[in-house]
Design a protein around this ligand. Structure first.
Ligand code: UD1
Ligand code: MG
Length: 456
């Protein structure tokens, strides 16, 4: 391919996917939290293709709604008359001078590099086809060769007994010029066992036109595996997760068990990271060097600074955690939690939209919402920031070295100055100036000679 050639991709996604037994169109079923079609679109985008065409049919409206992306060029195939017919629906908006890569919306794990090498090897004289060899080739289109050269693809239902023994199969993914597609597609016939317009018929046409048809192979079979039912979805999911686990291990993370580890987004790790079993990482997550994450944590759109320890059963969402913090077990950091260095957030502590300054601690059973804490504050067990009056949210602000005694309620809006001190069990409704002790609770009375009630 010459470097000035534009490339476009046509993704076929009109099929129903009956075997999914689902209200959802097949291509919206997810691998690693992202619809299968989304994986294909994202891989295509990595290649810098000029246009992404998606052919939709079954559940077209749902699919379009899911990918509300102006970069996608939608084509509708009202009736599923075959893969060749599907490609034809996209052709009116394909640049006639482009190289076209054809991919399937239900084959989600094709690597961008695999797509790129197909595109690179296609030109006006060459059609480039992605094929693999399978021990069990049944149901696939077989690659028919003569004297080693590809001369046709024959679908299983149309194949004779000898052809059915061929183990090289058509993945469906290919690259060819738009010009040739325009020439060939109107000539497809549906005179075959399935009465469909097969795209695969273009192979014989290419050979007849004196073109070279070459085969390329993916790095692994999983790359070209499609999903027709939920079992295959699960297999693809595991394969995807194994790849993620492998990548993180290569980057310096020890995984207690690479088979009990899930990434649904993009995770980056530093060196000497330890991740225990059953952790789930969602969205954009970055983990610095020397971080330890205990079992059963869910970490979403968060960054974790060097040397931080997250103990078991923590849930972090849109949180930013600096270095050498100590979190959990059973801590919940909700969106807007910002922890400076050496912060401790212990068990059953919920933090939301709150900044904790360096070295501050909330070790047990607390709710900190819409707050800003200075450095080295100590939040006693059972402390609640009352940030909501039923209509509006208010802010709690603590200076440095503030001590909040256990079981206190801080009724926002409220300000506590540096070195402020709150006696245990207080309900604090007024600001506390620096260096003062506030006690807001009923005075204790001891009643001498008190008699216990007795049963009558
Ligand atoms: C197709 C290939 C076969 C190949 C196999 C690989 C043809 C004729 N056969 O077979 O050689 O081995 O894929 O998986 O191309 N689709 C549409 N509109 C249609 C028909 C299909 O959009 O009218 C889409 C489907 O949603 C799917 C893809 O095209 O994403 C492939 O369709 P499918 O029915 O699975 O193709 P096969 O018959 O399995
Ligand atoms: Mg079919």
């Amino acid at each position: 391919m010459d470097t000035n050639t534009i490339t476009e991709i046509i993704i076929l996604a009109a099929g129903q996917g009956k075997r999914m037994r689902s209200k959802l169109p097949k291509v919206l079923h997810c691998i690693a939290g992202k619809p299968m079609l989304g994986h294909v679109i994202d891989s295509a985008k990595e290649l810098d293709v000029a246009k992404v065409h998606v052919v939709v049919g079954h559940g077209a409206d749902l699919v379009k709604k899911e990918f509300d992306d102006p970069a996608i060029c939608w084509a509708t195939q009202a009736e599923q008359l075959g893969t060749g017919h599907a490609v034809a629906q996209a052709m009116p908006s394909v640049d006639p001078n482009s190289i076209v890569l054809i991919a399937y919306g239900d084959v989600p794990l094709v690597k961008p590099s695999t797509m790129a090498s197909l595109i690179e090897s296609a030109d006006e004289d060459t059609l480039s086809l992605l094929t693999v060899f399978l021990d069990d080739p049944s149901n696939y289109g077989r690659i028919v060769r003569e004297s080693g050269k590809i001369c046709a693809i024959v679908e299983e239902k149309d194949a004779n007994e000898e052809q059915r023994t061929i183990q090289e199969i058509n993945t469906g993914i290919l690259a060819v010029t738009a010009e040739k597609l325009q020439e060939w597609l109107p000539r497809l016939s549906s005179d075959n066992a399935q009465k469909e317009y097969y795209l695969t018929e273009i192979i014989a046409m290419a050979v007849k036109d004196g073109m070279k048809v070459i085969a390329q192979h993916p790095d692994s079979v999983m790359e070209v595996e499609g999903a027709n039912d939920r079992l295959q979805i699960a297999a693809l999911e595991r394969s995807y997760q194994q790849q993620q686990a492998l990548r993180l291990m290569m980057e310096g993370a020890t995984l207690a068990d690479p088979d009990r580890f899930d990434v649904r987004g993009n995770v980056t790790v530093g060196e000497d990271v330890f991740i225990d079993v059953n952790c789930v990482f969602i969205g954009e997550v970055s983990i610095a060097d020397d971080v330890t994450i205990g079992p059963n944590c869910i970490i979403e759109n968060s960054c974790i600074g060097q040397g931080t320890v997250i103990k078991s059963h923590c849930v972090l969402e849109n949180a930013s955690v600096a270095e050498n913090c100590d979190i959990g077990p059973f801590a919940r950091l909700r969106p807007g939690s910002v922890l400076a260095n050496k912060v401790k957030v212990g068990n059953f502590v919920e933090v939301k939209n709150t900044v904790l300054g360096e070295g501050s601690k909330a070790n047990h059973l607390a709710y900190l919402g819409d707050s800003v804490l200075g450095s080295f504050c100590n939040i006693g067990a059972g402390t609640i920031t009352c940030n909501y009056d039923g209509a509006n949210k208010y802010k709690t602000t603590l200076g440095n070295n503030v001590f909040i005694g256990s079981n206190s309620t801080l009724v926002a809006p409220i300000n506590i100055g540096d070195d402020g001190f709150v006696g245990a069990g207080s309900t604090v409704t007024k600001n506390i100036p620096s260096n003062q002790l506030a006690i807001g609770r009923g005075k204790q009375r001891n009643i001498a000679g008190w008699k216990k009630p007795v049963k009558s």
